[in-house]
Write a protein that binds this ligand. Structure first.
Ligand SMILES: C[S@@+](CC[C@H](N)C(=O)[O-])C[C@H]1O[C@@H](n2cnc3c(N)ncnc32)[C@H](O)[C@@H]1O
Length: 314
């Protein structure tokens, strides 16, 4: 497991990733969410002579991973891309298929703990939340420009926030005076918008709204939906895909996609013979999501919500 450093990120479920990915000597692997390169390093160490293509949408993660993976030299090739673009990267490199791919979704501890990235309500900072700070809308753009109804949908759908409408209304009232630009302002507004006795006791009252904005800003669910479906097509027969999700919305997408692709015939049961000729594309390796052990959760609180699912290409 990676040692904590100034770029702290403890890789989640390291043993389980190796157990389900089964990296083999000389194989071709892709880590679509490279982060600090912790899992990638484990794969390269476990599989002598293997090659690893690493993608991340965050340039600072790639810088760190470049350092961590430097000892593996030519075996590693890193790219500033989102994982739904993995196919284009492979085509550029002239690689036809993969022996395995890993997606460890969501934000890294480094992103959360860097105040100026604006992911956390724990630090007062600009309201940004972009994993790739070079493109796209910031969280400030979203809260200052979207209609109340749209904000309410985002908070409810991506944060499962019960007081989504109230919070959205408060935001619209506030921005009529002046735009919201800081995480601290938003966290306070959300806390004040939730009736006193109804504030969650175990999490910060702004947790759900911050999660929702982060998902919206980074189009996280679209990435999972498109990226996971495409990833399956990049595997050679027998190749494996391992996905670690951190909230139920992501996990539901992964679970549904894996189930659909593992189904054979989809003809109505009344038909005497199969007409669809649909063959299963993948075999489910983990029927139920795999969870971190209590020992890991004690060392790394982030692993508490992690769910790992794996498939093997038929
Ligand atoms: C949980 S961290 C990965 C940590 C890594 N597995 C390790 O062991 O160090 C997630 C990383 O995925 C990146 N990321 C999230 N969504 C992405 C996407 N759609 N495409 C590419 N990178 C993404 C984030 O920028 C972040 O660096």
């Amino acid at each position: 497991m990676m040692e904590p450093s100034s770029f702290q990120h403890l890789s989640v479920m390291p043993e389980e990733v190796l157990e389900w990915l089964q990296p083999r000597a000389g194989g071709m692997y892709l880590d679509g969410t490279l982060g600090a390169g912790g899992h990638a390093r484990l794969v390269l160490e476990a599989a002598p002579g293997s090659r690893l293509i690493g993608l991340d949408r965050d340039p600072s993660a790639l810088d760190k991973a470049r350092e961590v993976l430097a000892p593996f030299g030519e075996r590693v090739s890193l790219h500033h891309r989102t994982f739904d673009q993995a196919g284009a990267v492979l085509a550029d490199l002239g690689i036809e298929a993969l022996d395995g791919m890993l997606l460890d979704l969501g934000v890294s501890s480094h992103q959360l703990d860097t105040p100026e990235r604006g992911f956390s309500f724990r630090h007062d900072a600009p309201l940004d939340m972009r994993m790739n700070p070079t493109v796209g809308e910031t969280a400030a753009d979203v809260v200052n420009q979207r209609e109340a109804q749209e904000l309410s949908r985002i908070f409810f759908q991506y944060g499962e926030e019960r007081y989504a409408r109230r919070i959205a209304r408060r935001i619209v009232e506030r921005r009529q005076q002046q735009p919201l630009t800081r995480t601290g302002e938003l966290a306070e507004l959300v806390r004040d918008a939730i009736p006193g006795g109804r504030r969650p006791s175990r999490i910060h009252p702004a947790t759900r709204v911050f999660q929702a904005l982060r998902i919206q800003v980074n189009q996280e669910l679209d990435q999972v939906e498109t990226g996971v479906a495409r990833a399956i097509d990049l595997l050679r027969p027998g190749g494996r895909l391992v996905v670690i999700s951190f909230h139920s919305l992501e996990d539901r997408i992964v679970k549904t996609l894996f189930r659909e692709q593992s189904r054979g015939c989809v003809c109505p049961p009344k038909l005497p013979i199969c007409r669809c000729n649909q063959q299963p594309k993948v075999k489910l390796l983990t029927r139920k999501g795999v969870r971190a052990t209590p020992a890991e959760i004690e060392k790394n609180a982030r692993s508490r919500s992690a769910v790992l699912r794996a498939i093997c290409r038929c």
